[in-house]
Design a protein around this ligand. Sequence first.
Ligand code: SF4
Length: 402
Amino acid sequence: MLHESNTSSEAHFTDELYTPFASDWPSIAGRPPRRVSKKIWVGNVPVGGDAPVSVQSMLVNDTRDIKESIYQIQRLADAGVDIVRLAVPDAEAAEALKSIVPASPVPIVADIHFDYRLALQSADNGVHAIRINPGNIGSKDFVRKVVEKCKERELPIRIGVNGGSVEKAIKLAYPKQLERQLVESALLNARILEDENFDQFKISVKASDPLQAVTAYRELARRCDYPLHLGVTEAGTLKRGISKSAFALGMLLYEGIGDTIRVSLTADSVEEVFAGHEILRSVGLRQEGVNIISCPACGRCEVDLHGLTTEVEQLVAKLDVPLTVAVMGCFVNGPGEAEHADVGIAGGIGQYYIFRGEDRIRRVPEAEALDALKEEIARATEEFKKANPDWQGSKQAQLIKK
Ligand code: SF4
């Protein structure tokens, strides 16, 4: 990449040469529209239709530990999660829901495998949705019993299919075609629910291979209008999991597919929420929250940039205004590379410069950098709110909730 214009080649950048090229340039406005899907409600959160794409996560602690479950749900809610799922492996866990659900600030989905009776118990104990993996529930009759209960309680269902639970007949019919197996299994089970005159459900067809997940979701999107819950299952540890999910979910969302997402990570669930928001922001489906841009640092950097960036990330985690904050290693290239940022900070020798656009407005010792940036972000936030009096921030999504 060229940082500066080269006088010897300036003649090539004339309007005549550049303009026709620019008019052909693809833009975000050319992004495919969102797939038209049916809207359902998980508690007070809409999923599908014109609803914003919601971010989900799952508890990793023992659901029977009520205190810990409530604490973990609150942590996820503080990170901005929209919906939380928890495992219900036995009757004691289902019983704990009586105390957990009323204490939760976000809707709770009960994750049920094998025993349909746990789904019935969870529904009676107040959850906002039931996730079943129909392939391991045992029989169509058991699935029907879950549907009956959900109808009675006005709860939606997620049909959550993955490679481990595809029906034998489907596996035999489409050997070595996991994507097709997932889709056929999902549609088979969707038909069971439809036969019961039940349409309040969403579907997931998670594969652990991101390409297979993309293929399966694309096909499913083509073949039904139910809302889709996107995810790459068993995606892995923090770095690998985020990379795989960003690729698969980003690609699908860019194509307009997907109504709610979960980034599955072998890591703190709070990281799943942050990753989910960042993926949505990257594909232009989320505005709220501060976008941090930071340079990787190089030999020109004379400050602890990585340390400061981590602190800035924590500083703005709960801000919902759509500001861009730049954290750059040096003043040589920093402001130029980040001129579109609302607020920026760039390193000098043992000090930092605060800048707005390309203007350097203050110089502070390294130890005072975070406080100075905090002040400037607060100022930029006020300016933004003044210029956008109707801005509701994260309440923006609340407005369309029930
Ligand atoms: S902004 Fe400065 S420190 Fe950061 S990568 Fe660019 S030249 Fe290096």
